[in-house]
Design a binder for this molecule. Sequence first.
Ligand code: DON
Length: 319
Amino acid sequence: ALGLHSQVDARANDSTKVEQILAQAHTLYKDEKSGANADYIPALAKVDSEQFALALVTTDGKVFTRGDIDSHFSIQSISKVFTLALAMEQQGPAAILDKIGANATGLPFNSVTAIELNQARSVNPLVNAGAMATVSLIEGENAAQKWQAISTWYGQFATTKLAVLEDVYRSESSSNGHNLAIAELLQSYGRFYGDVDINLDIYTRQCSVGVTTKDLAIMASVLANGGTHPISGAKLMSADNVERVLAVMSTAGLYETSGEWAYTVGLPAKSGVGGGIIAIMPGKFAIAAFSPRLDAAGNSVRAQKAIDYIAEKAKANIF
Ligand code: DON
């Protein structure tokens, strides 16, 4: 009985500690003003830059939150992680390596040069080129079936149905020339695996999915827990595929600054130009942070700082 009590106390203390760490991270960076909202997608420029939220979900299913936790924002590039997960489950890891790639580009997320410098192919599934090609690998007879598969899959990770932010979707669709050019370029090299317009539209839709910071942390917790959902209990991915997704996040999750991130923070992570970032401590927890102002690489300034702080305090570093 004594043993059991001390175990319960230790867990309660852990919870208090996590709450304190999130509160401290929020206080430390709430006045941070550097960076700027993404503006190449007009709808993102209008988002309230002051929003700031943090969430942490443990592999035993505890959820901690702080800040503007009800704010919905577009998932953007963080979606690439989950579509990659689905494509890998459907096609197997060898197909991803062969058809998409798994190296770092060292170049911006929408780089055309990266394709040209790498034998006329996409380099990894977390930059725009590879992410659009990954969408083209998702199974489905037509656009509606493919979108249904992706949308259902995201919902299983989030444990709730996620809705597209229609204003973001329309805004991005009407300013999508650069991604269209990338997809056409890949198609011309035999490195796109379906109709360009259909798959570009699905990609744009998946980037416009609205999430809260808590939704993101819940989605990311599956990757912290070897593919089994800590909350729903559903087995969504094989543990082997989780390892591969985390490997690509480590090398490419924060684009050209992924190396510095690994060096300073040491957690596989993925950012989106909506201002969200997820980070994974395998076997322990997932963190999500959101704030719209981005650095030059397109990564949220406050989210990076807050995750760095939380990881440091929780002594979390995979290396
Ligand atoms: O395709 C785009 O440019 C956006 N929908 C997503 C880019 C993005 O989130 C890059 N992230 N940091």
